[in-house]
Write a protein that binds this ligand. Structure first.
Ligand SMILES: Nc1ncnc2c1ncn2[C@@H]1O[C@H](COP(=O)(O)OP(=O)(O)OP(=O)(O)O)[C@@H](O)[C@H]1O
Ligand SMILES: [Mg+2]
Length: 274
């Protein structure tokens, strides 16, 4: 299973749109795909796809439900592990919770080719943990200087913790390839100079009013308006991900928190989930 975590630093730059459309585009290429909504407290992948799951990740993390019981199936067979909404308990996962998540990912590993992970805005420990556990990280930025600065901050933390991590940059909302490449170069130069590494260019998604329409229709734009400019960008991203990481070459999702702490009394301290 290839795991691709999508992150940004700054909120609202298009992570969830990328996750949903990348996943559906991969599924349209006949890959077996799942989405892990790791915006634990305020996830909205299910809402974007018009799904109303009965259970969510919180139930899995407390041990009340199994992975099969919480997963729902969306368009083109994409499996979704829904996040909970408004559960503060989940904003910082405990070690036993990380362990349960790891165990669920081991199960997924046998059933799925690509696991696409949506993350919460910001650079909390949960987010960094998900990024470090994933095979590949896609950092999304818009053209705004604040988004670019926040993207740099994520890349810096990730590089400090794990210098060899594969990190790609996706520019969302650009008007042209040239504009997207300019943003990429700006960040790549800073990353080379101050962090001593390079970034990979994962492409760009044009600003497209069709995205808003698809959100209102609660469908992925690659499914709802497949010929729109944004859909073309998402399909190119999916093809790039397949080319970079053939589905049988992935290494699953390995979250270090689970391996780092031995099993012990902390296992009894899992808070109950609403
Ligand atoms: N390329 C685009 N063109 C037009 N609108 C876009 C584009 N990408 C995202 N949007 C819109 O921007 C808004 C924010 O997108 P989205 O929810 O995907 O961001 P996010 O990074 O997941 O936000 P959060 O940090 O709150 O989780 C949505 O209304 C979405 O439809
Ligand atoms: Mg989001």
């Amino acid at each position: 299973m290839v795991t691709i975590a999508v992150t940004s630093g700054k909120g609202g730059v298009g992570k969830t749109s990328v996750v949903v459309n990348l996943a559906v585009a991969l599924a349209r290429l006949r890959h077996r795909v799942a989405i892990l909504d790791a915006d634990f407290g305020l996830g909205n992948v299910d809402v974007l796809l018009g799904l109303t799951p009965a259970f969510h990740l919180g139930h899995l993390l407390t041990g009340e439900k199994s992975l099969d019981e919480i997963m729902v199936t969306g368009p083109f067979g994409v499996r979704i592990i829904p996040a909970s909404s408004g559960l503060r308990d989940l904003t910082a996962l405990t070690v036993p919770q990380w362990r349960r998540l790891n165990a669920a990912c081991d199960v997924l590993d046998r059933e799925i080719d690509f696991l696409v992970i949506d993350t919460a805005p910001g650079i909390s420990d949960n987010v960094i943990e998900m990024l470090q556990g994933s095979g590949r990280v896609v950092v999304v930025t818009s053209l705004e200087p604040s988004a670019i600065v926040d993207a740099y901050a994520v890349i810096k933390i990730l590089t400090t913790n794990e210098p060899a991590k594969a990190i790609g940059l996706l520019v969302n909302g650009a008007r042209s390839e040239t504009e997207a490449r300019m943003v990429f170069r700006q960040l790549d130069v800073a990353v080379q100079r101050f962090l001593g590494r390079t970034l990979e260019y994962d492409g760009f998604i044009p600003r497209d009013p069709g995205l808003r329409e698809s959100v209102l229709a609660q469908r992925a734009i690659v499914d709802h308006r497949p010929q729109s400019p944004a859909s073309r960008g998402f399909r190119a991203l999916a093809s790039r991900m397949v080319a970079l990481e053939p589905p049988d070459g992935g290494s699953g999702l390995r979250l270090w928190a689970a391996g780092r702490y031995p099993a012990g009394p902390a296992d009894a301290e899992v808070p109950q989930c609403a």
